[in-house]
Design a protein around this ligand. Structure first.
Ligand SMILES: [Zn+2]
Length: 53
C-alpha cells in the first residue's frame, strides 16, 4: 500500500518519506511549527464590538 504525501497527496518517495519531496517536507514542518506557535486570535473578540450604523 502506497503512502501519500500529507502535503500534496502525491505518492511519496523513499528519500523524503513520508513526503514526496523536500519541499513538501519543509512545508509540513513549517505548518506544524506555525500551529505550535499559534494562539487563539484575539481578533475574533473584535467582532462583538461591531456596531452597524
Ligand atoms: Zn508532496
Amino acid at each position: 500500500m502506497n503512502t501519500q504525501c500529507p502535503t500534496c497527496n502525491k505518492p511519496t518517495t523513499k528519500q523524503y518519506r513520508p513526503f514526496c519531496s523536500k519541499r513538501c517536507a519543509d512545508l509540513d514542518l513549517g505548518q506544524w511549527l506555525n500551529e505550535g506557535y499559534k494562539i487563539e486570535s484575539e481578533e475574533e473578540s473584535n467582532l462583538d464590538e461591531y456596531e452597524p450604523g
